[in-house]
Design a binder for this molecule. Structure first.
Ligand code: 4AD
Ligand code: MG
Length: 432
């Protein structure tokens, strides 16, 4: 058949009145005797093709019948503006070519169970809600890169295979590294800290791994974490940076992902109301408040998901909880000089999803850090490089980790983080 200039659906507006060829996948077809319709998705948008039996070569008209869900096609014809069509344009089809057949496509336009959909994740990616969610993820990733580039941060890529435990011994994926134990990184933090004296403001952004035996809607065993680290910044500065970043991400998604949020039926009223400053409440005050609201939490225990939910309901925007007890936090956090039972750290909590960010000022005193490593019974020898940061020109510094999937789930209002990553890794899922 005759093909015209191959065009992407997103730029059909520039080709009205001209003949183009669209390459894509068939979402659906319908035919009323002498008129047929085909909806094609090309990855940049959807377009409707209109086929008139009288005006098509007989073979091409005959093809309409064999266009099954998700077969790939080349569609040629004149572009017309059509506000009622999905995407706002239609194509008066003059030529149709089947590129790749698709028989018995497993995902039908009906409700499927989530395990079935996850088993077919490689195909589920094509569905409209999944496309919308992953596009928002992409926008957030780009927004993160822009935010830090504009502020002169240098991106540092930290290793995924490591010999030192980043967070805690409980949730490690261990591998055999030529006879030595290696772990998949739980965090890039310890490494990114060491780049501060080189570049002052740095961040890493990559996959992190936790063998967490929790089947909740907020946990993955492989998730992406953004981790900035800033020299000569204390815990207050750290929270201010988190606030600026979160406001920027919200604004950016409202502005550039409006279409996707609409597809996802996200009511954006609460996002539009988000502005700095966020409330800051100490862990100690949070415990008192929670007890007043009926929680059984006692000072010294970590906040559980129900506590986080209860707490966030008291605030109309994200809320910082700071200065948690040392005993429930990681070894590297700075002891609070005013109250050594606590550390200078913060979590940023949001409604429905709980903790989006965990951050802290780092212990910059060599001796105190050594004490903490010993208290946590971590193998001291593998931290010598990390301790060198305190031996050679130690400095006040702080940073945080923002979980990408939780952030995207919160922004899009989707209930489960598993849809916010192309291939979720869960306790019971390693495939596809
Ligand atoms: O609070 P976390 O464990 O902090 C760290 O790893 C620090 N090293 C960060 C830093 O200071 N540089 O994790 C940070 C964030 C959490 O707030 C959450 O959003 C996300 O990472 N997160 C997870 N997301 C999905 N699945 C999991 N299992 C997650 N564990 C943490
Ligand atoms: Mg945390």
């Amino acid at each position: 058949m005759n093909q015209a200039e191959i065009t992407e659906v997103r730029s059909l507006g520039d080709h009205v009145g001209k003949s183009v060829t669209i390459l894509g996948w068939v979402e659906s077809t319908r035919s009323h005797g002498k008129v047929g319709f085909v909806i094609v998705r090309d990855g940049t948008g959807l377009v409707q093709g209109v086929l008139l039996k009288a005006e098509l070569p007989e073979d091409d008209w005959g093809l309409l019948e064999s266009l099954t869900q998700e077969c790939s096609v080349a569609l040629t014809g004149e572009v017309r503006a059509e506000p009622r069509a999905p995407g706002g344009h239609e194509i008066g089809v003059t030529g149709l070519e089947l590129l790749g057949a698709s028989e018995d496509y497993p995902i039908q336009p009906k409700e499927h169970g989530v395990e079935f959909l996850l088993d077919h994740r490689h195909l589920w990616l094509r569905s409209s809600l999944q496309r919308a969610g992953l596009r928002v993820r992409h926008e957030v990733q780009q927004a993160i890169a822009d935010f830090f580039y504009d502020r002169d941060f240098v991106r540092i890529d930290t290793p995924i295979l490591t010999g030192s435990i980043g967070e805690s011994a409980g949730t490690l994926f261990e591998a055999d590294y030529f006879g030595e134990p290696a772990y998949l990184a739980q965090t890039g933090q310890l490494y990114v800290e060491t780049a501060c004296p080189a570049f002052r403001k740095v961040y890493c952004f990559g996959p992190t791994f936790r063998a967490e035996k929790s089947k909740t809607r907020r946990h993955l065993t492989e998730f992406w974490m953004l981790e900035p680290e800033v020299a000569f910044a204390d815990s207050d500065d750290n929270m201010r940076l988190q606030e600026d970043l979160v406001c920027y991400l919200v604004e950016r998604v409202l502005e550039r992902s409006a279409k996707e949020l609409e597809v996802l039926e996200r009511d954006t009223a609460d996002l539009e109301a988000i502005a700095a400053p966020f409330a800051r409440i100490s862990y100690t005050d949070a415990v008192t408040l929670l007890q007043e609201k009926g929680s059984e939490i006692e000072w010294g225990r970590d906040l559980g998901a129900p506590d986080e939910m209860l707490l966030t309901e008291q605030f109309d925007r994200p809320v910082f909880v700071h200065d948690y007890p040392k005993a429930v936090k990681a070894f590297y956090m700075k002891e609070n000089p005013d109250d050594p039972r606590t550390v200078r750290c913060n979590d940023l909590l949001v409604r429905e999803y709980g903790e989006l960010i965990g951050g802290s000022q780092r212990e910059d005193d060599l001796d105190r850090l050594l004490v903490r490593i010993r208290e946590e019974k971590l193998p001291e020898d593998v931290y010598s490089w990390y301790l060198d940061l305190r031996r050679y020109g130690t400095f006040v510094h702080s940073g945080f980790g923002l979980g990408l999937e939780r952030t995207v789930a919160w922004l899009t209002g989707r209930p489960h983080v598993r849809e916010m990553i192309p291939y979720p890794r869960l306790m019971n899922r390693l495939a596809p």
